[in-house]
Design a protein around this ligand. Structure first.
Ligand SMILES: Nc1ncnc2c1ncn2[C@@H]1O[C@H](COP(=O)(O)OP(=O)(O)O)[C@@H](O)[C@H]1O
Ligand SMILES: [Mg+2]
Length: 260
């Protein structure tokens, strides 16, 4: 049985997209069949990294009921080096201004139908196509499209920064929302200053503090890496620099997800 993992956060820019891509690549490199879906219709991001030549359909079309999911998926398995890799499929959100405006204006009735379409991905992708992991990269905040993604997932990973408003918002979100859905949930604290994590004791204190505030397991605390910032989202560390500390962190997160 495959697993659906949704990355979510209260605020934007916490690292959801970066972590989604790298987690997907980590699994694929381990021989797992993975599909990564851009469900951030307000700020589509994956098309910037995985340029699709001539793909006619977007996830927007799938959710609108205009096509089946197979039409949307792009097979990027060939981008992975080495042997023994699994499939690496990607579904993109339409980045045009018109599409973004259209998606932001959807009403609740549409969102309910879209939830049905998301839920049926378990059958089409996990059961029929035998994929091992489906990874949702979502919009930050509490709009219906993100809630739908969490409802459809088995595991929710909340990524937070150390920004005070992010910490407070994340706390409200985990207390009210995630409790309600009773999802397996883990927290990732990202972009932490290196000196705050310089000792093992410091790192443990940090995790304990977040664990106590949210009453949820902390999957990892990730430093703010200059290399990652410098790459500007163009490098898939898990594939191109698997020995880098960031790639190693994502590997640890992948292992912890299995234990949630
Ligand atoms: N641990 C990190 N160290 C340095 N830069 C990071 C780290 N995590 C994320 N970033 C950078 O922060 C920016 C926002 O990340 P992104 O994944 O797009 O966030 P989100 O999808 O949550 O909006 C990107 O430029 C990304 O490369
Ligand atoms: Mg993003």
């Amino acid at each position: 049985m495959g697993k659906i993992i949704a990355f979510h956060s209260y605020k934007g820019g916490t690292g959801k997209t970066l972590l989604s891509i790298n987690l997907a690549a980590t699994y694929a490199r381990k021989g797992k069949n993975v599909c990564l879906l851009d469900l951030d219709f307000r700020a589509p991001s994956l098309q910037a990294r995985f340029k699709a030549n001539g793909n006619e359909y977007w996830l927007n079309d799938y959710l609108n009921g205009a096509c089946e999911i197979e039409k949307v998926l792009i097979d990027l398995s060939h981008l992975l080096s080495g042997n023994g890799n699994g499939k690496f499929l990607v579904g993109l959100a339409n980045p045009s201004t018109e599409a973004i405006r259209e998606m932001t204006a959807k009403d609740r009735k549409w969102e309910m139908r879209a939830l049905g379409r998301l839920l049926s991905l378990r059958n089409s992708l996990l059961n029929d196509m035998h994929l091992d992991y489906l990874i949702f990269d979502t919009s930050p905040g509490l709009q219906y499209s993100s809630i739908n993604a969490i409802v459809a997932a088995d595991v929710a990973i909340v990524v937070t920064s150390l920004d005070t408003s992010d910490i407070k918002g994340t706390q409200r979100m985990t207390n009210e929302l995630y409790d309600l859905f009773e999802k397996k949930t883990g927290i990732v604290v990202n972009k932490v200053l290196v000196d705050m994590l310089s000792s093992t004791a410091g790192k443990e204190n940090f995790s304990e503090h977040f664990h106590n505030t949210h009453n949820l397991p902390v999957l990892d605390t990730i430093p703010c890496f200059c290399d990652v910032l410098r790459a500007g989202g163009t490098c898939v560390f898990a594939e191109e620099k698997p020995e880098h500390a960031f790639a190693k962190t994502v590997e640890r997160i992948a292992q912890k997800i299995e234990k949630l």
